[in-house]
Ligand binder design. Structure first.
Ligand SMILES: [Mg+2]
Length: 238
């Protein structure tokens, strides 16, 4: 029987990727007229991935990647006032309203009556805590676990910390490499709810994606509303 359900936050409980997408459009607008590079999007994507090792996940690191990209594509000719515009864009992202995905509030409310819920998310502590508060979901979660990455060691650590066996733990998330594979790896259950936008570095390898459906502890959902049904199935199985 499941005792703990851990939820990913970004693009699982609330929309996040569209915020980045619209910020990239605004960023291109800020740079317009200062360069002739038509690969800004690709340069920024590479920069953002490479900078993860320096700044970690989240909007603050992304804002620094925007500034670095602006300097690179304009060969350092970007005016200081434009750098200020980019910083404002970063602050706008930090303070953007939280839009929950369909069915989240009702489902989390329902499940919190039976299970211990935790939020297990990557990113920046300050921003993720603020987002949880603004989401209105804070009271449903008994604990927030904000981690730099989600690998099998992290899942082992969480299982040990909460004193549960892997078979009593269900991870719910949109990312195959972060939320699904490492949870399955340690023997936990995983409910995968794909999001329509996907980061290049969060994309599953084709071979991994093909193997997923064979996994007994893997469940593919199109909406969080189906999660109570998954829990019924697991209780029948176990
Ligand atoms: Mg996510």
């Amino acid at each position: 029987m499941i005792e703990i359900i851990a939820f990913d936050g970004d693009d699982t409980l609330w929309h996040e990727a569209p915020l980045f997408q619209s910020s990239v459009m605004k960023f291109k607008g800020i740079l317009a007229g200062y360069h002739e590079n038509d690969r800004v999007h690709d340069i920024l994507s590479d920069k953002a991935v490479n900078n993860l090792k320096h700044f970690g996940y989240g909007v603050k690191g992304f804002t620094l990647s925007l500034i670095e990209t602006a300097l690179d594509v304009t060969e350092d000719r970007i005016p200081a006032a434009k750098i200020r515009n980019i910083l404002e864009l970063g602050k706008e992202m930090m303070n953007a309203p939280i839009n929950l995905l369909d069915g989240v509030k009702e489902t989390v409310d329902l499940l919190s009556r039976t299970y211990k819920l935790i939020l297990l998310t990557k990113g920046d502590l300050f921003h993720q805590e603020a987002k949880v508060t603004r989401s209105g979901l804070g009271d449903y979660f008994q604990q927030l676990e904000i981690v730099a990455k989600k690998d099998d060691h992290i899942y082992e650590r969480i299982l040990n910390k909460y004193g549960v066996a892997a078979g009593q733990f269900l991870m719910v998330g949109n990312s195959v490499p972060s939320d699904i594979l490492p949870a399955l790896e340690v023997g936990a259950y995983a409910a995968h709810i794909p999001y329509h936008l996907e980061w290049a570095h969060e994309k599953a390898q084709d071979e991994d994606r093909l193997k997923l459906p064979e996994h007994q502890r893997y469940f593919l959902l199109d909406n969080l509303r189906s999660l109570p049904e998954v829990l019924n199935q697991i209780s029948v199985l176990s």
